[in-house]
Ligand binder design. Structure first.
Ligand SMILES: NC(=O)c1ccc[n+]([C@@H]2O[C@H](COP(=O)([O-])OP(=O)(O)OC[C@H]3O[C@@H](n4cnc5c(N)ncnc54)[C@H](O)[C@@H]3O)[C@@H](O)[C@H]2O)c1
Length: 317
């Protein structure tokens, strides 16, 4: 095993590329495994300044070649973020979703076990894991029943269960991070979790922002570099646990719009369209377990994070 080496599956994606930046900064040799189906090399532009400390392997996690790469690299840690991460696509194409998110993940887990990885840190989905929980249970704690209501939620949950099973069968440690709604620079403006980047893009282009439903639906928005902190902490703490990575603060889509419009100096009203079927009304996750056992806290206030996203969108244009 190479003690300074880490694999990031999905390292070309939104969250993965920020994690790659951080791991390089703290001295890891980082190997990105990504098929670039939704990620991009552009996301790794900043990381490329680290030269040979970064290796990029264009590889599909569902394919057999993954094991050969893992064997060659023999990483100490695997951060598993590669996924089909679109809830609506998981409903339209359930077999594809299961192939990538279940079989692909199992390939990552099995390869990690076979090459003697010390710990695997998994990007689970806190927004879908608990389904439509009773409002009296908000913010939702990890002990709440896992009851995903979409194919994506089910496939992401299955991996948590596989990891728990593997850790009892073999000496492979794991931590599952149940991420709330992550936002930040490099987020692709599509899908529900991309609402911040969608609004930022529309405001910057001077276009009307669209809100589905009455805008009173709430989400728990956590900033991407805070999420990266949690991934790094999870290499040292919390073995065998599921941890919500969230702010424990509910923000409605209307509040989000008003805050972003204020930062941008826009006085236009958003356009309201009918709500989308299957959307959660309220979502907010308790982060007390991560604070206690991962020694982690979210540091970025929403207004700061939103300003950073808007500055990034402006730069990109
Ligand atoms: N963004 C959020 O709010 C959020 C919330 C909860 C959980 N997550 C999870 O975090 C992880 C990262 O999410 P993201 O928002 O950065 O998404 P993303 O789509 O930007 O990143 C996923 C990456 O995986 C890669 N990938 C997809 N299929 C692959 C395959 N078969 N082989 C190799 N690589 C493949 C994509 O090219 C992409 O680079 C995902 O596992 C997602 O389920 C994200």
């Amino acid at each position: 095993m190479n003690p300074d080496s880490a694999v990031v599956t999905g390292g070309g994606g939104f969250i993965g590329s920020h994690l790659v930046d951080r791991l390089l900064e703290i001295g890891f040799h980082v190997v990105v495994i990504d098929d670039f189906s939704s990620g991009s090399l552009a996301n790794l532009e900043a990381a490329s300044r680290f030269g040979p400390q970064l290796e990029i392997v264009n590889q599909d996690i569902t394919k057999e070649g993954l094991f050969q790469t893992m064997q060659r690299v023999a990483p100490r840690y695997v951060f598993h973020l590669a996924a089909q991460s679109d809830v609506r696509r998981s409903i339209a194409e359930p077999l594809y979703d299961a192939k990538v998110n279940i079989l692909g993940s199992l390939n990552v887990i099995e390869s990690s076990h076979r090459v003697g990885v010390e710990r695997l840190v998994y990007a689970a989905s806190g927004g879908t894991l608990y389904g439509e929980a009773d409002n009296s249970l908000l913010p939702i704690k990890e002990g709440t029943k896992h009851r995903p209501l979409s194919n994506y939620g089910v496939s992401k949950k299955a991996v948590i269960d596989y990891l728990a099973a593997y850790s009892t069968l073999y000496p492979l440690e794991y931590v599952s991070l149940a991420l709330a709604n992550v936002y930040g620079p490099r987020q692709d403006p599509k899908g529900e979790s991309g609402v911040v980047s969608i609004f930022a893009g529309s405001l910057e282009a001077n276009q009307e922002c669209v809100i589905f439903g009455d805008g009173n639906q709430t989400r728990d928005f956590v900033y991407v570099t805070d999420v990266v902190d949690a991934f790094v902490k999870a290499t040292q703490e919390g073995a065998g646990g599921v941890f919500n990575i969230s702010t424990s603060i509910e923000t409605s889509v209307n509040q989000l719009y008003r805050e972003m419009a204020r930062i941008y100096g826009c006085s236009k009203e958003p356009r309201y369209l009918p709500g989308r079927v299957g959307e959660l009304e309220r979502s907010c996750l308790s982060n007390l377990k991560a604070i206690e056992f991962l020694d982690w806290t979210p540091k970025t206030a929403l207004a700061q994070g939103l300003s950073d996203v808007m500055a990034w969108v402006r730069d990109k244009r």
